[in-house]
Design a protein around this ligand. Sequence first.
Ligand SMILES: [Zn+2]
Length: 282
Amino acid sequence: MRIFDTHCHLGLLYEDPVAQVKAIDEAKRGLAVDKEKTKQANVIALANISTNLYDFESCYKNTKNIPNVFHTIGLSPSEVINPGKDWEEKLDEWLDYENVIGVGEIGLDYHHKYGNKNDQIEFFLKQLDMAEKHELPVVLHNREAGSDMLDILKSKTPSKGGILHCFSEDSDYAYKMIDLGIYISFAGNLTFHNATNLHTVAKNIPLENILIETDSPFLTPNAYRGKRNRPVFIVETLKFLAKLRNMSIDKLADILFTNSLKAYHLRLSDLVYYDTTENDEE
Ligand SMILES: [Zn+2]
C-alpha cells in the first residue's frame, strides 16, 4: 500500500522535523525495529506545507535530501500584516528550488480576521500570480470565506490546478471547485462522528477528485484524539473514507495515491521506489 500525505507541517510538529522524516525513511527501508515505525512505511511520500518564510527556511534546508519529501511555500492569510522582509523576492527564488511542488498554503481566512478582507484578497491574488509565473499548482486555505474564494478562482483560475485543503464546505461547493480543476482534500476531521456534512460530501463526489491529508500537527483523527497529529495517522482517515465509500482500503489507497501525483504534477519516477509489500502483511 502506498499513501501520500498531501498536506502536513513538519516545521510545526515540535519534534525535530529531521527525526520525523528519518523515522519514516528508516521504516521504508525496512530498518525500523518497532511496529509503530513499520506502520509508517506505507506513508511513502509527503508534502510539507510552509506557511511563512521562517518555516520554509528552517524546514526545507533540513529535509531537502530525504527522498519523497516534497515542499510547498506560500504565505497564509495569517502573514498578511507582517509577511517578512523581501517576501516576494524570496518566494520568487524558492519556488524554483528542487522538490518545491506548489504555492501554498494561500487563501482567505475571515474567521481570524487577519488584516481586513481587502488586504487578504490582494495578498492572495499576488500569490496566485506567482503560481502562474512558476507554473505550479496552488494549495488553498479557506475559512469562512468560501464565496469570495470561489469568485476569485473563477476569475483567475490556476492553470496548473490546485488543492482545497481541509475541505469544510458542502457538496455543491465541492463540485464548483472540481469544475475549476481543484482537488478536494479531507483531513483528520473527516473521522469525527459529528462531521456528518463532510461525510456526505466524501461519499458522493467523484473519487478521482479526492485527496487525503493530515494537516499535522492539527486535526488528529478520532482514533488518536488527544495526541498531536503526525503523518502516520493518515491511515485512519484512509480507513474511514474506505468505509464511507464501501470499498477496500487497498483499492482506495491506490486511487488516492494516483490522484496525489496528478494534483502535484509529479510522475512516479520523481519518487524513490520502496517495496512496501512486506509491511502490508502487518
Ligand atoms: Zn495546513
